[in-house]
Design a protein around this ligand. Sequence first.
Ligand code: SF4
Length: 65
Amino acid sequence: MSQIELFNIKHKEYKTCRTCIHRERWRCGGSIIQYCGKRKSNRTFNNLKKIKVTDIACELYQDKQ
Ligand code: SF4
């Protein structure tokens, strides 16, 4: 592989929480926090796991379509 090609490597396609039907957007004060509606957490007030839209999808992922 040439040096030029190494600058143009494309990311491998993978799914993230962004396109999952279980992603929930909660308004907290002036900001929006993303939670997973499926996965639980003991550390959040609503017992939902806090996520980032860029997190790589877990096995509970379901496409939005
Ligand atoms: S991919 Fe997993 S963690 Fe992310 S929103 Fe969907 S179910 Fe939740």
